[in-house]
Design a protein around this ligand. Structure first.
Ligand code: GDP
Ligand code: GDP
Length: 453
């Protein structure tokens, strides 16, 4: 499978216009009537030096599953399932609508990488909609004007982050086989300014390496440092800390959220560094949530442990806050150390590797369903409109992070609380502690098997 990009969004946001723009040929029908584009269309597309297949979809309507609507919906689901990335369009002039929100939460549940695109941003008319788009929780929106061809280089940057490495033409396979193929573990070290990221990186790599700067391969443009921990190749992804030391520029006292998000998206495992004396402030929590929302494996590193007087109290406070604020991911690993003295730093990388393994877990379908059956029998899903929601079976659709599809009758009626019950059970039974888990509801038919259109 080559790099496939699906354009999704409610009707009339400009999907076909963007499709035409990227495909460089008039291929989709463009019309002012919502829902005119009925079927998926595909074309070879090119943006910068990126070649990909672009897929236009009809809108996922929030309508009764009558013939046309449900067919459109299936088409969209299928397009997204087969895509490497979903380009999620909103109309910045119209602002974020309830249907957009519905789309956003559905997309999040699919576990697909999403690039949020705010269309119709030419001139200033899109400003308000653009601001609203941040609140969708899908990362920074990329402002474009499909009609006028504006913002395409930002779109290129956003897409390139998700593009497969040149040697691999199948992004899913490349993804899944990463651990076996000896692909490096992509590690990002993030945190507020002054928590000690640079000190930690120096400590991990050995002082000399970073201090020698450019000769060690750290230039202004460097985006990664390759190194090995024991037998595992590690790629340390660009962070503000690395750049600063390399260029000996003034200390940056602010944190660039956009840049941090970029590092997080490149990463498999993210170490969020906290200052032991000022732990889990608002910004720390926002960063932790971002890592979890992006589906990355999170390790919390508590630095400056040497300066913490009441160590016991600090551990308790941290555990309480994590429990209260990040309850959806139980068991996030925490490592306390002093980057300055080196004490405790040796525990960090083994924890990173363990978490990485969990994040890569694949559970055979047989084992999953042997576990599922008694769990569901013990505590069945609730009734919906007088009919019991029936779970047929589940399967793991991908790793990194572990993502499961549950096939059920009335999938749309499955309450979040029941999914949490299953998620917690899964964590315990299969040792999936500390990493995000995604659950996707599917209808009684298996779309990959039954849907041939
Ligand atoms: P779709 O239903 O999502 O495929 O949307 P279309 O591509 O058919 O576009 C819907 C309407 O929005 C059409 O009238 C387009 O001309 C218009 N449109 C698309 N892109 C832009 C844009 O960047 N700016 C403005 N102002 N209008 C646009
Ligand atoms: P960054 O902005 O996150 O990269 O932070 P730096 O690595 O530049 O460190 C910020 C400050 O915290 C510096 O003054 C460091 O000396 C100090 N620092 C870093 N690690 C430790 C530590 O383990 N203990 C103490 N007490 N101070 C530290």
């Amino acid at each position: 499978m080559s790099f496939r990009v699906a354009i999704v969004g409610r009707p009339n946001v400009g999907k076909s216009t963007l499709f035409n723009r990227l495909a460089g040929r008039k291929m989709a029908i463009v019309d002012d009537t919502p829902g005119v584009t009925r079927d998926r269309r595909e074309a070879a597309a090119r943006l910068g030096d990126l070649d990909f297949t672009i897929i236009d979809t009809a809108g996922l309507e929030e309508a009764a599953p009558k013939a046309l609507e449900s067919r459109m919906r299936r088409q969209t689901e299928k397009a997204v399932a087969e895509a490497s990335v979903a380009l999620f369009l909103i109309d910045a002039r119209a602002g974020v609508t309830p249907l957009d929100r519905h789309f956003a939460s559905w997309l999040r549940r699919t576990g697909k990488p999403v690039v949020l695109v705010a269309n119709k941003c030419e001139g200033r008319a899109g400003q308000d909609g653009l601001a609203e788009a941040f609140a969708l929780g899908l990362g920074d929106p990329v402002p474009v004007s499909a009609e006028h061809g504006e913002g395409l280089s930002d779109l290129f940057d956003a897409l390139r982050r998700h593009a497969p490495p040149v040697e691999a033409d199948d992004i899913e396979a490349a993804d899944e086989d990463a651990a076996d193929a000896g692909k490096p573990l992509q590690l990002a070290i993030i945190g507020r300014p002054n928590v000690g990221k640079s000190t930690l990186i120096n400590r991990l790599l050995g002082e000399e390496r970073l201090l020698t700067g450019p000769e060690a391969g750290i230039t202004r443009d460097a985006i990664a440092i390759d190194w090995r921990f024991k037998d595992t190749p590690i790629r340390l992804i660009d962070t503000a800390g690395m750049r600063r030391k390399a260029n000996v520029v003034e200390k940056i006292e602010y944190m660039s959220v956009g840049e941090t998000l970029r590092s997080v998206r490149f990463a498999d495992v993210v170490v969020l560094v906290l200052d032991g004396e000022a732990m889990l402030e608002k910004q720390d929590l926002a960063l932790a949530r971002m890592v979890v929302e992006e589906g990355r494996a999170l390790v919390i590193g508590v630095n400056k442990w040497d300066a913490v007087q009441d160590k016991k109290g600090a551990v308790k406070k941290l555990a309480d806050r994590l429990e209260a604020s990040l309850a959806q991911v139980r068991g996030i690993p925490v490592v306390a150390f002093s980057a300055a003295t080196g004490q405790g730093v040796e525990k960090l990388m083994p924890t990173v590797l363990d978490t990485w393994k969990v994040w890569n877990t694949r559970i055979p379908t047989g084992a999953l369903n042997r576990w599922l059956e008694p769990i569901v029998a013990d505590h069945p899903p609730p009734l919906n409109k007088g009919r019991r929601i029936k779970i047929r079976y589940m399967t793991q659709v991908k790793a990194r992070p572990p993502t499961f599809a549950i096939f059920a009758s009335q999938p749309e009626a499955m309450p979040e609380s029941y999914l949490r019950y299953l998620t917690n059970g899964l964590r315990q039974r299969f040792g999936l502690e500390g990493v995000p888990i995604r659950m996707v509801m599917r209808g009684p038919k298996n779309p990959y098997v039954d849907d041939k259109d």
